[in-house]
Design a binder for this molecule. Structure first.
Ligand code: AVI
Length: 330
């Protein structure tokens, strides 16, 4: 029997203009010009990202899997009984299943809610889990992080059982350090109460060459993933990006501890027809930023949690010391 998916997407007002188009235009007009990172995650982008996580050079996934393979039982044992676990961006569930099966083996009653942007991927993922689970119930939530936070606030007001927010894959790295702090704080303030928990996986400030290679694979999957964002943008912008005008470039900033993904103009590109001023002109070599991936030393992670009212309970690290899984208390 297929598992249930709840549509929690906020209803859009059909009379207002396309919000994605607005975000794209706002980004192109800002200086330096940017495109919203979420344009990378249309159906095609979600599949390409899944392919990235299986690349040998993209070590964050392998590191997180090795931590969960070794410590899923400890993590499961640290979670309260009868908890509601909500995962932000569950993806293919390759990693999460390690935790869910550990909870099942410990016979810990758990309601697991998997939140994701794509209902078709979500359906595949949750129905791919063992159908014989007795202690762990699995339900899909179709929506954005924002929808998820609001849903959690409602769940919080209806039930007094413990809530656990699971945020794996170092997705927190795609927010600036300040935005990451606001994002976590908002969850803590609006959707959680004392005793609730957060489980967060975060990539460390690793060897710059290794980080750069993680975002610049020889097979060109990352390049495809980033360039596909322009296809997505084109669907909201009357096809203004000609794919042959743009190339991908990745840069790692060692001091700041973050990687940036850019579109580089391959020739003079004039988009003043759509971005109605000088900012619509991109000379050859001009860059549009689409993604940042911030890395955290253990000390930087501790400072972040402290800013957000989250208290460290446990930290698990992979054998190579490249990645941390944090268990935190509100
Ligand atoms: C989803 N996120 C944490 C990935 C990252 O590492 O920033 C997305 C990604 N971009 C290029 N490769 C992977």
């Amino acid at each position: 029997e297929a598992r249930r998916i709840i549509d929690i997407r906020s209803k859009k007002d059909a009379s207002t203009e396309d919000p994605v188009r607005k975000d794209i235009l706002d980004g192109l007009r800002s200086s330096p010009p940017t495109l919203p990172t979420y344009i990378l995650y249309d159906a095609q982008g979600l599949q390409l990202f899944d392919a990235i996580t299986r690349l040998e050079c993209y070590y964050p996934t392998a590191s997180e899997i090795s931590i969960l393979t070794q410590h899923a039982k400890d993590l499961a044992a640290s979670l309260p009984d009868n908890s509601t676990v909500v995962e932000l961006g569950c993806g293919s569930l390759v990693k999460t299943r390690l935790l869910l099966y550990a909870l099942e083996r410990l016979r810990k009653k758990t309601s697991y809610y998997a939140l994701d942007l794509s209902s078709s991927e979500l359906k595949k993922a949750i129905n791919g889990l063992d159908s014989g689970l007795k202690y762990v119930s699995v339900i899909g939530l179709h929506g954005t992080y924002d929808d998820g936070r609001k849903w959690l606030a409602r769940a919080r007001s209806k039930s007094s059982g413990p809530l656990v927010v699971l945020w794996l894959g170092s997705s927190i790295g795609n927010l600036s350090r300040d935005d990451a702090a606001s994002f976590l704080s908002q969850f803590v303030k609006e959707s959680l109460v004392a005793g609730d928990m957060f489980v967060i996986g975060i990539d460390r400030r690793n060897d710059p060459d290794i980080v750069w290679k993680a975002y610049n694979d020889d097979l060109g999957i990352t390049r495809k993933f980033i360039l596909n964002g322009l296809n997505h943008a084109n669907r909201h912008l009357d096809q203004v990006f000609r794919l042959e005008d743009w190339e991908y470039e990745g840069v790692y900033y060692k001091r700041g501890g973050y990687h940036e993904a850019f579109y580089i103009a391959q020739r003079d590109v004039d988009m003043r027809g759509i971005v109605e001023n000088e900012s619509g002109h991109f000379p050859a070599g001009a860059r549009i930023r689409v993604e940042q991936s911030w890395k955290y030393s253990p000390r930087e992670a501790a400072i972040l949690f402290d800013r957000c009212g989250l208290f460290p309970v446990q930290r698990w690290t992979d054998a190579a010391g490249m990645y941390d899984l944090h268990l935190l208390h509100v």
